[in-house]
Design a protein around this ligand. Sequence first.
Ligand SMILES: [Zn+2]
Length: 75
Amino acid sequence: MAGVKTETCPICGVKIMTGIVGGDRVVFSAGPPGTRSKLYARVCRYVDKAGCINKQGGSGPIQPDDYYKPDAPRP
Ligand SMILES: [Zn+2]
């Protein structure tokens, strides 16, 4: 797909695909892809280092579903 780029957060090590219709896609090391909000809720909000490319999270507020659920089935 034209215009799609993959960025890797040097701090979190998570890949973010940008330029996708419907919003950026975050590729986690395990589990299905998610959104920037999900990445922020699970990883980046714990990171307090310069250089994180997802410090702002997604374009909207974090949804309850974005948080990691310990009882979710593991892949
Ligand atoms: Zn990050």
